[in-house]
Ligand binder design. Structure first.
Ligand code: ADP
Ligand code: MG
Length: 601
């Protein structure tokens, strides 16, 4: 048995280093945070060999005096908790652990000069051994150099990944900090090349932030993002949310900040997922940059060694704010779909595109789409609004053929043709729009049912002859058990002896519908949910199944007036730019792009 003893300071510091600086990127983060806390207006980072050989950060912040230098490398010494109050943390640092921890596992050199100091002072720490403060030459500000990181802890050194991997983490760390501080200029270089260069801009916070986000997340994001600015009590949420049609296979482009601190918080990711759920397939993720601002007393940042997680006093409120603000923004985006959709389409059509893609460059004679001159086929579905949906014979739509250009000025243009009984081609003032009629219709049905549910329920339309659908007994039972919920959605289904159900009424807004197909499909859908999930929780799936069996899906030819009506309804309907899987319902090609495609520009 060995007696209990106090660990020597150097060992304590090395243990702390294991938590605070698990990898070079964490050291970079600590240095840059210190520079931000020091009020710097520019911060330059140099990294060699992925941070193994050298990490340096130079800033023009307020610097340290000769006497402060030795304190800065002493454990738990900090200038940032003046009132010893962990509930009012306004700075990024507060524990006074980073520099001593780094000094314990590397060769650390700090050179600093205050803004009105006559000269600079420097201090070195080598694997925990603190040197003497010496005079040095340096402009006002601070330069911290870390050489041979983890040389004093060989076990940790072994865990470092390739230079490229570590460099990736470092860039990510700097970019996250830079997104929260667009007023500061940042650069990262590997000694030879500049890897990140972000100039400082000044002006309105929203403008400079958008500019900064564009340089980091890409112009595609800023071109296709919606401004968020929401408040609830003392909380404020600002930032940008990408359109659903701009999506990725990971959450890597979701950036969340709490009081200027980048956090990776489950609650926040969950809220984003919930808000986009109706518009994205599972496995697809939107791009967002969200900034949450609140009284520091409402959030504990002291729960994680690298401060990457936080704990909210009232998590429910935060979630509600985020989900609400994002949903509101997406609704406001109306029928907008990401402009990247057109770029992708054009990219495929360009010479040199993958050969598997059919570019459509074939000079076969194209006969004019049939049906445009034919009389209007009785058509119920997409034109009736939820309120006045009634099982009446629709009136013939107004004849736009008289003036085919009358609707040119609308965002989605004037319908010109329907091709393959699937796509509507429309002309706008400066381009063409191609609509996937099925996807668009599905979305419209979904939005109508949603609106109707929120108001006074989905209007039902009685079937002249009730339809009896045979299916296996268990499925019939499951459907009948959902009878009440289905009735709310406009579908009156009852049990009809063993192995059958009878459908008496269907949602009016569906129009002519393949009732049998719908019922069998819904039975499958319901079987997947189990008891716990309500149909409303899966509304997008249920609506998709419903829309699927209505007449527009049957590949029927539409008249110009019907097509125009569909386009106009899309323009009025929120979320109509994408289907529930985040795919676009239409593609807009600008004339300028088309001309470029043919080498006319
Ligand atoms: P913390 O940031 O939690 O206070 P650190 O170990 O990172 O702990 O830094 C210790 C102290 O050193 C800071 O409180 C600050 O006073 C000083 N310091 C560190 N870096 C800088 C810098 N770049 N400019 C001015 N002061 C600095
Ligand atoms: Mg710090």
């Amino acid at each position: 048995m060995t007696a209990i003893r106090r660990l020597p300071e150097t060992i304590v510091n090395r243990i702390a280093a294991g938590e605070v600086v698990e990898r070079p990127a964490a050291a970079v983060k600590e240095l840059v945070e210190n520079s931000i806390d020091a009020g710097a207006s520019r911060i330059d980072v140099v990294v060699r060999e992925g941070g193994r050989a050298l990490i340096s950060a130079t800033d023009d912040g307020f610097g340290m005096t000769r006497d402060e230098l030795p304190l800065s490398v002493e454990r738990h010494a900090t200038s940032k908790l003046p009132d010893d109050d962990l509930w009012h943390i306004a700075s990024l640092g507060f524990r006074g652990e980073a520099l001593p921890s780094i000094g314990a596992v590397a060769r650390l050199a700090i050179t600093s000069r205050t803004r009105n100091g006559d000269n600079a002072w420097s201090l070195t720490v080598d694997a925990g051994r603190v040197g003497r403060v010496e005079p040095a030459a340096h402009p006002p500000g601070t330069r911290v150099e870390i050489r041979d990181l983890f040389y004093a802890t060989p076990a940790r050194l072994k865990f470092l990944k390739s230079t490229t991997t570590e460099m990736g983490h470092i860039n990510d760390a700097v970019q996250r900090l830079a997104m929260a501080h667009p007023e500061i200029a940042f650069s990262v270089s590997d000694g030879a090349r500049t890897l990140v260069k972000l100039p400082a801009t000044n002006g309105d916070l929203f403008d400079i932030r958008l500019e900064r986000l564009g340089s980091i997340m890409g112009r595609d994001f800023t071109d296709n993002a919606i401004l968020i600015d929401a408040r609830r009590d003392d909380l404020r949420l600002t930032g940008y949310a990408g359109l659903p049609t701009l999506n990725r296979s990971t959450t890597g482009m979701q950036f969340l900040f709490v009081n200027g601190r980048s956090v990776r918080d489950r609650l926040l990711y969950g809220a984003v997922r919930a808000a986009y759920q109706e518009f994205l397939a599972s496995g697809r993720h939107p791009l967002v940059a969200l900034y949450l601002e609140m009284d520091p007393a409402l959030v504990d940042v002291n729960v994680h060694p690298t401060k990457a997680e936080v704990r909210f006093r009232d998590p429910g409120l935060i979630r509600a704010l985020i989900v609400g603000a994002l949903r509101h923004a997406l609704t406001g985006a109306g029928h907008r779909a990401s402009t990247t959709v057109a770029e992708t389409a054009l990219g495929m059509a360009r010479p040199g595109a993958p050969p598997s893609v059919n570019t459509g460059y074939r000079h076969s004679p194209v006969s004019p789409p049939r049906g445009l001159s034919e009389a209007a086929v009785p058509f119920h579905a997409p034109l009736l609004s939820a309120e006045n949906a009634a099982p009446s014979t629709p009136e013939a739509p107004p004849d736009t053929a008289a003036n085919p250009d009358a609707e040119l000025g609308f965002p989605l243009g004037a319908a010109r043709a329907q091709v393959h009984e699937t796509y509507i081609v429309a002309q706008t003032t400066d381009g063409i729009v191609v609509v996937d009629q099925h996807a668009a219709h599905e979305r419209l049905v979904h939005e109508r049912i949603k609106t109707a549910l929120a108001k006074n329920g989905v209007a039902r339309q009685g079937l002249l002859i009730p339809e009896i659908v045979e299916l296996d007994d268990a499925a019939a039972g499951r459907l009948a058990a959902r009878g009440e919920e289905l009735a709310e959605l406009g579908l009156l289904v009852e049990r009809f002896g063993p192995g059958a159900v009878v459908v008496r009424e269907i949602p009016a807004l569906l129009g002519t519908t393949d009732v049998k197909g719908l019922v069998l499909d819904l039975a499958d859908e319901v079987a997947e949910y189990g008891e716990a999930l309500s149909l409303k929780d899966r509304l997008s799936d249920v609506c998709a199944r419903m829309a699927c069996h209505s007449s527009v899906r049957a590949g029927r030819r539409l008249t110009v007036a019907e097509m125009n009506a569909l386009l106009r309804e899309m323009e009025k309907t929120p979320h109509s730019g994408q289907c529930s899987h985040g795919r676009p319902t239409y593609v807009e090609l600008k004339l300028a792009d088309i001309e470029r495609l043919f080498g006319r520009r």
